[in-house]
Design a protein around this ligand. Sequence first.
Ligand SMILES: NC(=O)c1ccc[n+]([C@@H]2O[C@H](COP(=O)([O-])OP(=O)(O)OC[C@H]3O[C@@H](n4cnc5c(N)ncnc54)[C@H](OP(=O)(O)O)[C@@H]3O)[C@@H](O)[C@H]2O)c1
Length: 273
Amino acid sequence: MNSNRYAAEIPKIGFGTYGRLGEAGIASILTALETGYRHLDTAQTYGSEPCVGEAVRRSALHRDEVFITTKISTDNLAEGKLVPSLRRSLDDIGVDRVDMCLIHWPAPNGQIPLATYMHQLVETQSLGLTRLIGVSNFTIALLQEAKKLIGEGLIAANQIELNPLFLNNKIARYCLENDILVTCYQPIAQGRVSGHPVLAPIARRHDATEEQIAIAYELAKGYAAIPTSGQAARIRSNFAATALRLTPQELAAIDGILPGARSINPDWGPAWD
Ligand SMILES: NC(=O)c1ccc[n+]([C@@H]2O[C@H](COP(=O)([O-])OP(=O)(O)OC[C@H]3O[C@@H](n4cnc5c(N)ncnc54)[C@H](OP(=O)(O)O)[C@@H]3O)[C@@H](O)[C@H]2O)c1
């Protein structure tokens, strides 16, 4: 089980907001909050930051009851750009600070030195613009270099593609061993877990869906998961996965699924582990 020092602060089930735009997007995020999600994941590139803020304001919840994560776009990594870009995000969301600010992707083709943007990320925290800082799509080598640059223990999370069809074991293990929370994006493989020969019988045993089994697996491994949907019934059923408890045998069966291909793999991305 994960002993990450931030574990208590970051709600393990979050609601992804990629594609959640306009009034329909706000309605979905509001449904998520009413269902019980207390962690919203947005990004500068999603266009959903204003919808996140609006949904929180329309909900009956106090701002402090919702953990908001945003991510800095690769367009804003150059010297002098990152802090003003986060201030714009805060304006767009309508909050004084976010709970976690992540570097969305390492600089394309490594064209901006890691030091340039990691130091600016640390500055966002010292300025009080975010409570926690972290990264996304980082490899072991990048995490090690980042630790040398900014010191131990500052990176709260690494948001990476991870689901039963793509277990991403090497980086996930490194994060667990180094007190960095793994946040799984595409946690239900965009619905491709449905009908999987290992997941389907487990789902039947629990009277659950394969998507719920995927999320329950990720939570049992000590990861956070941020599924999204534009459909209220799915928003609720994905959340209900938090009540499922898989047996050690079931977890081992999912551990044994042969890895498929990474689904998000830009040619300018890092050399994956
Ligand atoms: N850091 C990064 O680089 C990165 C990359 C990708 C995503 N993310 C984050 O991770 C979040 C989730 O990832 P994702 O949106 O790519 O993938 P996902 O959550 O694995 O899948 C979402 C897709 O699955 C469908 N779906 C949702 N619940 C379902 C269910 N119970 N049964 C069947 N289908 C279901 C949705 O369609 P309907 O809307 O029709 O239900 C949607 O098309 C994003 O919203 C974003 O916040 C981060």
